[in-house]
Every structure is written in C-alpha cells, then in structure tokens.
Design a protein around this ligand. Structure first.
Ligand SMILES: Cc1ncc(C[n+]2csc(CCOP(=O)(O)OP(=O)(O)O)c2C)c(N)n1
Length: 793
C-alpha cells in the first residue's frame, strides 16, 4: 500500500524501511536490557550472556522507537528542524538505541562505534555499574528532559519552543504522566505560544494503556470524551492506532506530515501579519499496546498490551531455561541478520530516512543549549543604584529598583530574543512592574478592554502554575537562553521537586565535557515570610532555602541581599553565571538602604563581612559580642538592637556582621564559596557569643556552622513557625527575632553582663509587652519602632 501525504507519497518501500529501522531499534533496546555478551546472537543464548541484574523499562520503549523512526522520516520529508522530548523517560533504551542507530551517539561517545564492539558496549553499559543510567538522562545526546520524575515534558517542550521560530518540538506524553498535576496544567502552554515568533510543540499522547500496575485514566475514557477533553484544551487531535497485528506506518507518516503542514500553515498566517484567534494546534493520540512486539504471554499470563510489560517482561532469564529460550525467540523475531551486517553495523538501507548532521534528533544543538548560548547584553547595574548618603538615611523597595534593571535587560536583548521573565501572576505584586514599560505579558487568547499589559509577543510570562513557570524556564534555559523567575517565597515549595530534578540535571551535565554550560536558573523569592502583611500564616514559609541546601554545593547558590544596592549587585552576578541554581531572597517593602553602590559591590564580593560603620569593636579590639544577620528584616532588627546596645551599654564592644552569600558560612571543603576556618574565626571569633538573626529557620545556620570552632557560641534567631496576619514587628516578636529580644540575648550571653545590664534587660521585656499591646489596641506597630532609623552613632 502507498499513501500520498501532505509531504508527498509514502511508498511500500518507505514503510519497509521504517519497519526495518523500528525492528532494529527494538532489538537494540532489548539487547540493552538483557545482554552482556553475544550482541548479534552469533550463537545460541546462554545464561552467561545475560546481565546478572535485569533493569530497565520495556513497556514504553517500542512505542518510543516507533515515534523516533517516524520523526526521522518526517524531518527528512518535510525538511523540518525538530527536537524530541520524551515524557516517559524511563524508556531510556529507546533513546539510546535510536541515537546509536542514527550515529549521534557515536559522534558524542567515539568509544561506542556503530559496529559489533560498539553494540556490545551499548548493551553492556546500560543500567550497569559504571555505565549509563536507565533513563533519558543528561548522558543521552539529544535530551533536555530526563523524564525520571513524570510530569514536565510539555512545559519543557514549550520552553524549548519559545523564541525558536523554526523549531518543532515533538513531545511524547505518557498516558500515566498525563495524570500528574504539572502535566495536566501544562496543556495550556500552547496558549502562550506566539505562532509568529515562537516555534511549535507537537504533543504525541502515548496511549499505551497502562502505568506500572494500573490502567491509565485517559486510555479508558470513551473515545468521544477523550476527544472532547483534548479539543477543550484547544488541540486538533489526530488518532493513530496500532495493535499486535497492525503496525500503522502509513497512518503515522500521513498524520505527522499533516501535523507539520498544519503547524506551518498556522505560522505562515501569523508571519504574514494575519494572526488568527482560537488557533487549534495539532496533536497526535497514538494508541498502541504496551510492550508492543514483545512476549504475548509469559508463564501463561498475558504480557503484551498489559501492565506486565512495564519493566522487564521475562524476569528469570538467567535461571529459567524457558525464559531464556523465549528471550532468544523474541530477539530473533526481529530478524537481526537482516538488520545488521556481520560487523554489527546497521544496514545502510534501514537508515534511509535518518536525517543528516544536526537534523538528527540526537544531534540537535537545541538539546545542548550551551552551544547556542549567547551572553546577555547587560546594562551596568550601577546605573540603577539608589543614592545612599548615610547608612539607613533613606528607604527604597528593593525589588522595585531591580525591576528597572530587568526592564533594561529585556530592552537590550529585544533583538537577541533570549531573555524572559516568568512568574505565577505576581510580577506586579512582586513590584517588578517596570518590566512592563518595555514589554507585555504573553497572551494569545481573547482580550477585553479592561485588560492591562497583555501582548501576543510579551516577554513576561505569567500562568498561575508554579510548575508550568518552572518547566517553561527550564526548557528555555536548557535550550540556550536566559531567564528570571520571581515567586512568593512560601509557594516556591510547589516546585521543590522540579528544582531537585533540575539541580540533578546540572550536576550530571557539568561532568559531561560535551554538554556546554547553560545559563543559571535564577529564582527571586520575594513577598517573603516576614512581610506577608496581606496574607498571614499560609504565606509564611522560608523553608525553600533548607531544601536547596540538600543539593550539590557546586550547583547551588543562595543570596540574601539586605537592601536595594546589594540586590542589584547580586542580580547582575546571577545573570552572568552559568550552570547554577541561584536563589535570591529579597524584600519588596520599603526597607532602609544601608550601603552605597561601591560598598554594596565590595560587600557582595566578600559575601559576608563586618559592617564597620555599625560596629563598636574598633580597630584591633576583639568584640564582646558579634551580632550577625542574613536577610533584610534580620538586618534591620540587628541594627536596631545595635543602636540600643551602643546607646545603653557604650562600653560593650559590638561587631555587626552581615551575610549576603549564605554559602560563605560553609567550610571551604564543602562549598566553593565556603570560608576557611581562619577566615571564619577572624570574622565571627572562636569564643565570643554570636547572636545571629537569620531570615529562615534557625537550624540551617547551625547546620552550616556546626564544624566551626565557635559553633557552641552561636545563638540563632529566625522563623520558628509562628505567624499570622499581623504587623511586621509583631511577626518578628512572635519569633523572638525582634531588636528587644536580640538585646536580651546579648545580655544573657556575654559573660558577666547580666548583673550590670539587669535594668536594660527588664526594659526590653517591658518594651516587648508595650509593643505587643500597642498592636492589639491600634492595629499597627509602635511609632518608635515604625519610625526608627539608624542614628549614625
Ligand atoms: C512523578 C512520578 N510519580 C511516580 C513515578 C513512578 N513511575 C515510573 S513509570 C510510571 C508509570 C508511567 O506511565 P506512563 O507515563 O503511561 O508511561 P509508560 O506506560 O509509557 O511507561 C510510574 C508511576 C514517577 N516516575 N514519577
């Protein structure tokens, strides 16, 4: 049979080539799961040819191989530039088999040639200690998506497509994956895709019917209901159905050509200045058996087309001769002697549809984004400095100041089109509003006169799904661009797990010389725990930092700039950095400006340092106490406490230390930013009390410093899960991090001070009581607290 598709005829010979390629990929996938020797079945299989531990996932693999084979043809026939994102990334054997067949694997890893020795190595290394992982991990060329943790394929694929007008990202979505929250919300992503200036995503919903042990919901919906659901998401679904007896090569070829034709049609209209509303992007629903072409039954139980095919269908091959025989029959059913020459190389004719060079899915430069990465054209951050004539003499809203700089980053990179700002509906709430002076918020749907700042080509991307924001940005970064994510501090926890996966990706990618560095993932956390005046307890959670700290030191950075100028300096540094996750916690509420720009730069370069202008330990003298702070609100309270101490106990030598780069606290052996013990002791002393006011949960500071000489003298105040909707000062009092309590802490900890400072201590208790009753009576903080400023003593 032949068919004429949108890209021309597909002949009988074409389908045979596709089928031979597919059989070869299936054979290679099974070889990876089972064999450690005898790759071409030159002799009959023996137990010693079988791996001692059988690991990997067969079930999804033949479907993935089928898709890859057809994408090859579609790329060649349509002269298309494509990339693949594999949601069920546990189908690693498929990606490895296909990249080996097409030659991109050997290009990346010359030690694995396309011959029998290479095939042997391909098989042996899979899921083997010292070899390669079972998933579509960073080690796999052509991948930006591991797929180990399910749910992020569509958002990653869209991130890759933004600002890549010639790229079509084929995105395989598992029917199990489709049940996850992140995937379910990411169907909306195409509503943020601009057909004029972005590429396209072609979702391929892989309805193989099952997950590990259960049916998949979408696979059991009545056909009309599934169709209505996908249409409701704005897609034009096309269906390709295969079975044990029918391999739908012609249908798949025609459907792919039609989908590419439709994508190009939509783009051509938009690019000719005729944008349409209600664009329906194509998608493919591919219904094929799980474990397709594998054993139909094992030990009398059905396997092909059931959940039993998910991992390793024949589990006892080494010990059960019947299983071993069945494996050999299964592998020989692909007729390897017709697919591979005696030297193990694939017969050239089965590679006829494989595209050339960087058009191969495993060689797409987009999937190794660092090779395409261009530096941002950054303005001089010093131009946005707030003027600070004296520490604390005036106030500004740090994120609002940062907004002016980000605005100009957007503007200067308008031509490069390689910078986007994402956030879950909070860009304005987080006071980055200035960015909207030069761009809009991406919006392709209907608009109403009351809408503000929406634009089809907007570069600020807002969707109320932290998952989708994070997924878009990861996809955008991994394909060689830059971005900025701003989020309420409490709700960044929603993407804890996505952050984990991205940090793991970076850790592994950094060890692969062929993966070029990508721009860092910059996460600005604002509307933070201490200033949730509108919202209260549900919005008070600084724990993301603790979570981030679990990841490899080489990929994570945490910054707590205490004011506007330090935030600018930190932001500039983060925008220039590569291969990190930078977490920046900064306030949006009016906050004293402590440092002029020159001092801010010096302080941020040090990462932690003595604020001499605030300290009274003088040159050469050892302090009686160190008041340390990290975070804007802790810094304010520490300075207010210092002010009291210097006024009331003028003989006490107080040293104020501010930490902007939290990683400085770690030992130099643990983090590249870590301080040596000598440096640490010089700053914090080895034996004086250190009262440390910290933005987040106090135990983190102990965790970071427990090996230091002076650790026993560290007393940390921070958020201890006390909160509600109340005044800013009541919040710090609820957590004992207020200035009055810090003074009490000093009195309690400095040896010999308690007896002579008893009156002051009592005053502090009284002031706390007074401050508290004031809030209860007047609904705001005490005037002397609200209006306190650094006296410059
Ligand atoms: C978020 C998440 N939860 C659970 C798992 C464990 N898991 C691995 S594969 C799988 C089933 C996946 O089904 P589907 O997406 O349909 O893939 P396929 O059937 O094609 O293998 C599950 C639940 C996971 N990897 N990620």
């Amino acid at each position: 049979m032949t068919a004429v598709t949108a890209a021309g005829p597909v002949s009988e010979a074409d389908t045979q080539t596709l089928d031979r390629y597919w059989r070869a990929a299936n054979y290679l996938a099974i070889g990876q799961i089972y064999l450690t020797a005898n790759p071409l079945l030159a002799e009959s299989l023996q137990p010693e040819h079988i791996k001692p531990r059988l690991l990997g996932h067969w079930g999804t693999t033949p479907g993935l191989n089928f898709i890859w084979a057809h994408l090859n043809r579609a790329i060649t026939a349509n002269d298309a530039e494509m990339m693949i994102v594999i949601g069920p990334g546990h189908g690693g054997p498929a990606a490895l088999a296909n990249t080996w067949l097409e030659g991109s694997y050997t290009d990346t890893y010359p030690s694995v040639q396309r011959d029998s020795a290479g095939m042997h190595q391909l098989f042996r290394q899979f899921s083997f200690p010292g070899g390669v992982p079972s998933h579509v991990a960073p080690e796999v060329p052509g991948s930006i998506h591991e797929g180990g943790e399910l749910g992020y394929s569509l958002s990653h694929a869209h991130g890759a497509a933004f600002d890549n007008p010639d790229l079509i990202v084929a995105c395989v979505v598992g029917d199990g994956e489709a049940e996850t929250g992140p995937l379910a919300t990411s169907w909306h992503s195409h509503r943020f895709l601009n057909p004029a200036s972005d590429g396209a995503v072609l979702p391929i919903l892989h309805l193989n019917g099952w997950k590990i042990a259960n049916p998949a919901v979408l696979a059991r919906l009545p056909e009309d209901e599934l169709d209505a659901l996908l249409r409701g998401y704005g897609y034009e679904p096309a269906y390709v159905t295969g079975s044990h007896d029918h391999v739908p090569h012609l249908e798949m070829a025609a459907t792919l050509d039609a989908a590419i034709g439709r994508i190009r049609g939509i783009q051509a209209e938009a690019r000719a200045g005729r944008p349409q509303t209600g664009v329906r992007w194509p998608m493919i629903v591919m219904r094929t058996p799980k474990g397709w072409t594998g054993p139909v039954e094992v030990d009398g139980l059905p396997v092909e087309g059931t959940w039993r095919a998910h991992q390793v269908p024949l589990a006892e091959v080494r010990t059960n001769p019947a299983h071993l025989r069945q494996l050999e029959e299964w592998m020989r059913s692909y007729r390897p002697e017709q697919l591979f020459a005696v030297d193990g190389s694939p017969h050239p004719d089965l590679l006829r549809h494989v595209p050339a060079g960087t058009r191969r899915l495993g060689s797409s430069p987009h999937a190794n984004g660092g090779v395409l990465l261009r530096d941002l054209d950054l303005p001089d951050f010093r131009d946005y400095a707030v003027l600070v004539q004296a520490p604390g003499a005036r106030e500004s809203e740090p994120t609002k100041v940062l907004g002016t700089m980000l605005r100009d980053v957007l503007k200067r990179n308008e031509v490069q089109q390689n910078f986007r700002v994402v956030g879950p509906d909070e860009t304005e709430s987080n006071r980055l509003t200035a960015v909207l002076e030069v761009t809009g918020k991406t919006w392709e749907e209907q608009t109403l006169p009351v809408d503000r700042n929406l634009a089809p080509d907007g570069r600020v991307m807002e969707i109320l799904s932290e998952h989708t924001c994070q997924g878009w940005l990861e996809g955008y970064l991994l394909t060689g661009r830059h971005g900025w994510f701003s989020c309420y501090e409490a709700f960044i926890h929603i993407v804890d797990s996505m952050f984990n996966q991205h940090a793991k990706w970076l850790k592994v990618a950094r060890q692969l010389p062929w993966r070029r560095p990508v721009a860092s993932l910059n996460i600005l956390l604002t509307s933070h725990v201490w200033r949730q005046d509108h919202n209260g307890f549900s919005h008070q959670d600084p724990g993301f930092i603790d979570h981030v700290m679990n990841k490899k030191a080489e990929v994570i950075r945490v910054y707590l700039p205490p004011d506007a100028n330090t935030l600018l300096s930190v932001a500039d540094h983060c925008l220039r950095s590569r291969d990190y996750v930078n977490v920046i916690v900064a306030g949006k509420q009016p906050n004293p400006d402590w440092l002029d720009m020159d001092s801010a730069i010096l302080h941020c370069t040090r990462g932690a340092g003595i604020w001499e202008w605030a300290s009274s330990d003088g040159d050469g003298a050892e302090p009686d106490v160190v008041l340390a702070c990290a975070g804007d609100v802790p810094t304010l309270e520490v300075l207010a406490a210092t002010d009291i101490l210097r006024r009331e106990l003028p003989d006490l030598r107080v040293r104020v230390v501010n930490v902007v780069d939290l990683m400085r606290l770690q030992p130099a052996t643990e983090h590249p930013h870590g301080m040596s013990d000598a440096e640490f002791n010089a700053l914090f002393t080895a034996d004086r009390p250190v009262i440390f006011a910290y933005h987040g949960y106090p135990w983190l500071i102990h965790r970071l410093t427990y090996q230091r000489d002076g650790h026993n003298h560290f007393h940390v105040r921070g958020y201890k899960e006390e909160g509600t909707t109340t005044t800013p000062f009541d919040m710090v009092m609820m957590n004992d991090m207020d200035r009055f309590h810090l003074v009490m802490d000093v009195i309690d900890r400095v040896p010999g001070l308690a007896p002579r400072a008893a009156r002051l201590r009592q005053q502090m208790t009284d002031l706390r009581s007074r401050a508290r009753s004031w809030t209860r009576e007047y609904g705001e903080d005490l005037p002397e607290v609200r209006n306190w400023t650094w006296s410059g003593r």
